[in-house]
Design a protein around this ligand. Structure first.
Ligand SMILES: Nc1ncnc2c1ncn2[C@@H]1O[C@H](COP(=O)(O)OP(=O)(O)OP(=O)(O)O)[C@@H](O)[C@H]1O
Ligand SMILES: [Mg+2]
Length: 456
């Protein structure tokens, strides 16, 4: 049923379900206006219990007196473990309204026992062409080719496209807008959305800095091709409709510490021209039951709408194996895992997980990943390359460094090699000398012993 027709039939619950920022509220308000009805909206998030009860009561009263149509925005924000607030909406609020009640909710619709027929309409994601048109209109300048490129690289939710364009315009402050303004606008919008749960990482390294085996590099190129080609393969070629689920890109990078997992995540983001947000577990995990899921929901929604890459370091803490239920805590931990499994499947964005303990990951997650990349400890040749790569061109370096000897004596990963090089550099700077083999050897020995090993 079309939304317009649904609104014409009086007395139903009309739920518009879709991603945040997809324009659900604007659509319902515009439809109301088109039919000569005023819509009165109440946002459900961030309300204390008392305020929630009072505002809901006032909404009912005003709608009864003026004939306006009530709109409850983001009903899913009310979901708590007892379902208390949702029950208030269904049992105390709804019976006061004779006409239609409009509702918007996120991708996951909460279960509510309404007192009347419910019509649910799911908003699809906007198509590439629609996004390009939005970019073109919102920027008010630029060519269709520019808009096409932006829509492909930043398939933001409609509301975010409009906001990013506004921020870009504000930054340009009257002069002709350039690409920098647009990127700054996008960044500002993303920080706004994701800043509560994640930290944006800036990437300064380049592919020249990395040392990886060839098959590893090929897998990374494939991963990036998946991101770049999504619009073509899923939309233009129609694979999206056939595949149905798992339209996002998710990868697990597993392996020992310091083998370059986080570094590769950063390089991938930079190469794709996307922002990388490292999820802050401390801000996600909550001791309150149900809160962790709510935080995760907000995080995934924001990443989806904003098209940023989410990076979960130490992912096994969150995507760990479900446990046999021994205490109520176990049960809730399992709930979170189940939620994550579902959400990952419906997630259309990009999500990278890293872990030192692959075997701790729940196998159900592993099955849902687009790619699993195992990072190995570097062999002696690679270690020699790492020693070379880690010393910057601008540093004073002695000519006769024995890279092969360092590589042979110290079997350590890139992270430790980087630390050792840095340590040697500070020793050299302090003595006002060049970085020598002796200093590198000395620093490597300290790092090596720190790993609990003895140098050969
Ligand atoms: N394969 C590599 N090539 C080049 N440099 C590397 C490599 N691995 C590590 N390094 C250096 O070590 C630093 C730390 O590596 P990184 O943080 O990516 O390791 P990690 O695998 O994420 O480790 P952890 O499991 O401890 O999080 C990098 O910023 C880089 O300087
Ligand atoms: Mg890491």
């Amino acid at each position: 049923m079309a939304i317009g027709d649904a609104l014409k039939q009086e007395g139903n619950i009309l739920i518009l379900q879709g991603a945040r920022g997809s324009g659900r509220r604007s659509i319902l308000e515009a439809l109301g206006r088109a039919q000569g009805r005023d819509v009165l909206a109440l946002a459900m998030e961030d309300l204390s219990f008392d305020r929630f009860v009072r505002l809901l009561h006032e909404l009912a009263l005003e709608c009864r007196l003026t004939g306006k149509v009530p709109l409850l925005c983001n009903l899913d924000a009310l979901a708590d473990e007892k379902g208390e607030r949702l029950a208030i909406v269904a049992n105390d609020f709804a019976p006061l309204i004779e006409g239609t009640i409009l509702v918007t909710c996120g991708v996951q619709r909460p279960a509510v026992k309404w007192d009347r027929p419910v019509i649910v309409i799911e908003m699809g994601q906007p198509t590439h062409a629609q996004r390009a048109k939005l970019w073109l209109d919102a920027l008010g300048c630029g060519t269709p080719e520019d808009a096409d490129r932006l829509a492909n690289q930043y398939p933001l939710a409609p509301a975010l496209i409009v906001k990013a364009a506004e921020a870009a315009k504000a930054r340009a402050a009257g002069r002709a807008m350039d690409a920098q303004d647009i990127f700054a606008g996008i960044r500002a919008v993303l920080d706004d959305k994701l800043g509560n749960y994640a930290r944006r990482i800036s990437v300064t390294q380049t592919w020249d800095d990395i040392v990886l085996p060839t098959d590893q590099t090929e897998a990374i190129i494939e991963l990036m091709a998946r991101v770049r080609g999504r619009h073509k393969v899923y939309e233009q070629w129609g694979f999206g409709a056939k595949v149905g689920k798992g339209l996002g890109v998710s990868a697990l990078f597993s392996g020992p510490p310091g083998t370059g997992k986080t570094m590769v995540a950063g390089l991938i983001a930079k190469e794709l021209g996307l922002e990388l947000y490292q999820v802050d577990m401390a801000k996600i995990a909550s001791k309150y039951i149900g809160e962790t899921e709510k935080n995760l929901a907000a995080l995934f929604d924001a990443a989806e709408a904003g098209h940023a890459i989410l990076l979960f370091d130490e992912a096994d803490s969150l995507f760990g194996k479900r446990t046999e239920v021994k205490s109520s805590n176990d049960r809730y931990a399992n709930l979170e895992t189940n939620y994550l499994l579902q959400r990952l499947e419906s997630f259309t964005g990009i999500c990278l997980l890293t872990s030192n303990h692959e075997s701790n990951m729940d196998p159900a997650f592993q099955r849902r990943l687009s790619l699993h990349l195992r990072f190995e400890l570097p062999d002696a040749d690679e270690r020699a390359q790492l020693w070379r790569a880690v010393l910057p061109a601008g540093a004073p370096i002695a000519k006769d460094i024995d890279f092969a000897g360092l590589a042979r004596r110290f079997a350590m990963s890139g992270g430790y090699i980087k630390n050792a090089a840095l340590r040697a550099a500070f020793l050299a700077a302090d003595r006002d000398e060049a970085i020598t083999s002796v200093l590198l050897e000395k620093a490597a020995r300290v790092e090596y012993e720190g790993m609990g090993k003895l140098a050969a």
